[in-house]
Design a protein around this ligand. Sequence first.
Ligand SMILES: [Fe+2]
Length: 535
Amino acid sequence: MGSDGAQGAADDIVELTATVAVAPGEDAARILVVDDERVIREILAEFLTLEGFSVHTVEDGEKALTELRLHPYDLLITDLKMPRLSGLQLLEKIESERLGVLTVLMTGFGTVETAIEAMKKGAYDYLLKPFKVEEVIHVVERALYRQRLQTENIRLREALTIYRVSEAIALQHEIDKILDVVLHAAIDEVKADVATLHLLDAKTGEFEERVKVVAQDMTSPHGGMPSPAFGVLTQQFSQGLPILAHGGKASRFFTESSSPEELSSFVAVPLQVRGTMVGVLNVFSFTTAKKFDEGHRKMLAVLASRAASAIDNARLYGELVHSNDSLRAANESLEEMFQQTVAGFAQALEESDLYTRGHSERVAVYSEILGRGLTLPDAEIRRIVQAGMMHDVGKIGVRYDMLNKPGKLTPEEVAVFRQHPEKGKRILDPVPCLHGLIDGCWCHHEWWDGGGYPRGLQGHNIPIVGRIVAIADAYDAMTSDRAYRRALSHEVAIGEIERCSGSQFDPELGDAFVKLIEAWRKEMRERGMDSLVPK
Ligand SMILES: [Fe+2]
C-alpha cells in the first residue's frame, strides 16, 4: 500500500469493533504482520490479538526475514510494496531458506496481478484492500487450518520414521549398527550435513565419538568439524534446556580450539538411560539456507531416546552373552577338574597295581565302543567312559600284595577282594559330582543271571553302565597279562564273552560287543595299530 498515507491505511479496515484485549494463550497461533504503514500494523495486531492470536509486527521485509530466522511463525501477513525488501522478494527468501511459514499477501486493486503471480511462487493467499473483518478472519483461519494439516502431515511422517527406525534398531544387538541406523535416520529426516554420536565411556568419564555420518551431497567445512564442549552440553541438558542454535550463537557449545565459523545450524540431544546420560547425538548443518527448527530438535530427541533404550538393551544383551560365556567357561573348567579328578583316582589305583597299568583306560575305551555302537546319548557315553576309568577305584583300599598275588586267592582273600565294588561306592559317595559314576563301580561285577556281587542284581535291574563296563572289564582282563596268568588271545576272549552271554553278561550287549570290537580292531589294523593291549 505504501503511498496511500496514514488516513488511507486506517480506511483499509472497516467494521472494526472495539473489544477489550485478551492476552493470547501459549499455544496461540503465531502471526507476523509486515507493513511499512504503522497504522496498518497496529490495527491488524490489535484486531488479530483480540481474535486470540499471538501477533508480532515489523515494518519491512528485511526485519521480517530476521524475525522469521529467529522465531517460529505459523503465518506471515505481508504487504506487497515495501522499501528495502518487497513482499515478492521476501517470499523468495522464505522459499529459498525453507523458513516454512505460510504467507498471505495484502494488495490493492492495482497490484492484484502481482499478488496472483506471488501465489504462483508459493504464497498461500491474498487479501484485497480495503479488507473486511470477516474476510481477514476467513483467510487467516483457512491458512492456519492448512498450516495445521501440514504440521500434522509432518508429525505423521516423523511418527512413521520413528516407527521405522525403532523396528530397525530392535533387530540389532550390536551397538555400532544401532548407532548407524539412528544417524542415517537423523541425516535423512532433518536434512543435516553431518551427524555424530558420542557415548560416555564409564571408565574414563569422557565422551567418545562412536559414529559419524556425512550426507552424500555435503561439502565438508574448510575449518574442520567443530568439537562439542561436552561440559556445556551436559550442563544445558541437566537444566532441561534445549540445544538448538544457528551460526555464531552455536559457538558456546563447542570447544575454544574448534572453529564453527561455517556452521549454519546445530542441534544436540541427550541419550538417557533410566535418567542417566549415556551419550549425545549432534547434528550439524553447514549450508547457510539449511537451519534446524524446534520440530527437528524434537524429532531428534525422540530418535535419541529410541537409540538410548536400544543401546541399553544391546548392552544388557551383551552382558547376558558375556555372563553366559563366563558360565560356560566355569562349567568347562569344572568339567576339566572333574576329568582330572577321575584321572587322578585311576592313576592312584594303577600306582598300586603294576599288572593293571593301562587297564582303566582300556576299559574306558572298550566301554565307549560299546556305548557308541548302542547309539546312546553323548552325555550318557561320557558317563560310561568316566565310569570305565573309575570302575576299580575301590581296589585302592585292597592290599597291594593281594592284588599282585601270582597264585590262587584264599577264600578270605576272595572275600576282601570282592569288597572293592562296595568300597568304590563308598569312595565316590561323599563327592556329589562323582555320583554319576557310582553305578559303574558298584555294579560291574553283577551277573545277568543274578550270580554276581555285591548285591546279586539280575537282568535289567543291573544299571546299563554296570552291564557295559562288566563286558569291557572282562575282555581287557582276558587279553592282558595278569600276575596269575598270561594274556589270552582276542579270539579266546571273544569266545568266552559269547559263551558267558546270557549268564554273566547281558546277551544283547554281549552280541553287540563282539561285533563292535571286531569292527573296531579291523579299523585299528587299517590304521596300522594292532590293538590297545600293551606288548
Ligand atoms: Fe573290578
